[in-house]
Design a protein around this ligand. Structure first.
Ligand SMILES: Nc1ncnc2c1ncn2[C@@H]1O[C@H](COP(=O)(O)OP(=O)(O)O)[C@@H](O)[C@H]1O
Ligand SMILES: N[C@@H](CCOP(=O)(O)O)C(=O)O
Length: 317
C-alpha cells in the first residue's frame, strides 16, 4: 500500500470545501502503487482519487501531467480527468505537498493479462500516441539511457548482494545500451509506465488508463517495449510470445511500426528491462519503515533483461 501522507477528516473537509463535489462519505488509502499517496474518495455525488505527489514526480512537471490527462480525456481516451475547484485550479496542496483530485475510472487491472488484454493495451497505447502527436509541451525522459549510469553509480555491490554476478552483467549491458541506443526513431509523448497495474479492464476491454506521472517525450517504440517487457512474462517469469504478438498487433492496428522501429524492438526491450531493474534496485534500499508501501522486486527485471539478451524477442510477424 502506498500511503506516505495521512489526511485527517478535518483536513479533508476543509480541502473539499473549495470544490462543488459534495461531502465525503468515505475516504480510504489505496492498497496499490508505490510512487504517490492515493486515496479513494466517495462523496455524496461521485467517486474520486485524491493523489498526493511524493516521490519521483518532479513538481515542476505536474502541470504537464495534468494537462496531458485532460487532453487525452477530452479526446475520448479513458483516462482520468483532473478535477478543478471553484476557482478553476486542479493542482493544489495538502500538508505542504502538491496534490490533485482526479475522476475515478471503473474496472480492474489484471495481474497476469491474457493475449486479448495485451492486444487492447497495444491498441490504446497507439491511440494515445496519435492523440498526443500534436501535444505542444515536452518533458525529457530523465529515466532513459542518459540517466541509467547515474542511477547505477555505486550500486554494483547492492546488485551482487541480491544476485551474485549481477553487478558486472549490468555494467556490461549499460555500456552496450549506451553505445547502441537509437537516435532516429519516431518520437512523441509516451506514457512510459504502462504496466498491467496501470490499465483497467472491464472483461478484456480497456476501461481506463491511469498513472501518467512518468509521461515524457521519448521514442514511441520504447513505450511499446516497456509494455512488452511488463506484460509478456508469466508468474514464473517465462516469456509469453502470444501476448507479445497480440500487443504488437494491437498497436499496429492503429499505428503501423516502421521497419527501423521493428529492428530496434529487442534493444528497446533490453532498455526497458534495465530501466525498471535500476529504479527497483534503487527503491529496494530506500528506508520506507514509516510508509505503507510494498516494494517491488528488482530481480524480475534482471531476469527479463537476461531473457532479451539471450533470446531476443519472438513474436508472430
Ligand atoms: N483514476 C483512477 N480510477 C480508479 N482507480 C485509480 C485511479 N487512479 C489510481 N487508481 C488506483 O490507485 C492505484 C495506485 O495508483 P497509481 O497512480 O498507479 O499510483 P502510483 O503512482 O503510486 O503507482 C491504482 O493501482 C488503482 O487501483
Ligand atoms: N511500474 C514500475 C514502478 C512504478 O510503479 P507504479 O505502481 O507507479 O506503476 C515498476 O513496476 O517497477
Amino acid at each position: 500500500m502506498a500511503v506516505y501522507t495521512q489526511i485527517s477528516d478535518t483536513l479533508l473537509k476543509e480541502y473539499l470545501s473549495a470544490y462543488d463535489v459534495g461531502e465525503a462519505t468515505s475516504f480510504k488509502g489505496i492498497a496499490e502503487g508505490i510512487e504517490n499517496s492515493n486515496y479513494l474518495l466517495q462523496t455524496t455525488t461521485e467517486k474520486f482519487i485524491l493523489t498526493i505527489y511524493e516521490k519521483r514526480a518532479d513538481p515542476e512537471n505536474l502541470p504537464y501531467y495534468l494537462t496531458l490527462m485532460k487532453s487525452l480525456a477530452e479526446q475520448g481516451i479513458k483516462s482520468p480527468l483532473p478535477i478543478e475547484d471553484r476557482k478553476g485550479l486542479a493542482l493544489k496542496t495538502l500538508k505542504g505537498k502538491p496534490c490533485c483530485m482526479i475522476s475515478f475510472l471503473n474496472g480492474v487491472s489484471s495481474d497476469f493479462p491474457n493475449d486479448r488484454q495485451s492486444y487492447n493495451c497495444g491498441k490504446v497505447m497507439a491511440e494515445m500516441h496519435k492523440a498526443l502527436s500534436d501535444f505542444p509541451e515536452t518533458v525529457e525522459n530523465t529515466l532513459s539511457v542518459s540517466g541509467w549510469l547515474e542511477l547505477f553509480k555505486g550500486r554494483a555491490e547492492q546488485a551482487d548482494a541480491l544476485h551474485p554476478g549481477a553487478g558486472a552483467f549490468i555494467a556490461n549491458q549499460l555500456a552496450y545500451l549506451q553505445d547502441q541506443w537509437p537516435s532516429t526513431l519516431p518520437r512523441g509523448t509516451i506514457h512510459a509506465d504502462l504496466f498491467p497495474d496501470n490499465v483497467l479492464f472491464s472483461g478484456d476491454e480497456v476501461s481506463g488508463v491511469i498513472d501518467f506521472y512518468f509521461a515524457c517525450t521519448d521514442i514511441w517504440a520504447y513505450d511499446l517495449a516497456i509494455s512488452l517487457t511488463a506484460w509478456c512474462f508469466d508468474s514464473e517469469n517465462c516469456f509469453l510470445p502470444e501476448n507479445a504478438t497480440a500487443m504488437i498487433a494491437g498497436y499496429q492496428s492503429v499505428r503501423p511500426l516502421e521497419t527501423e522501429e521493428k529492428d530496434n524492438l529487442v534493444l528497446l526491450c533490453q532498455g526497458a528491462s534495465m530501466r525498471f531493474y535500476l529504479t527497483r534496485l534503487f527503491d529496494w534500499y530506500v528506508d520506507t519503515t514509516d510508509a505503507l508501501v510494498k516494494k517491488k522486486n528488482p530481480q524480475v527485471y534482471l531476469e527479463r533483461l537476461q531473457h532479451f539478451t539471450r533470446e531476443g524477442l519472438s513474436y508472430g510477424k
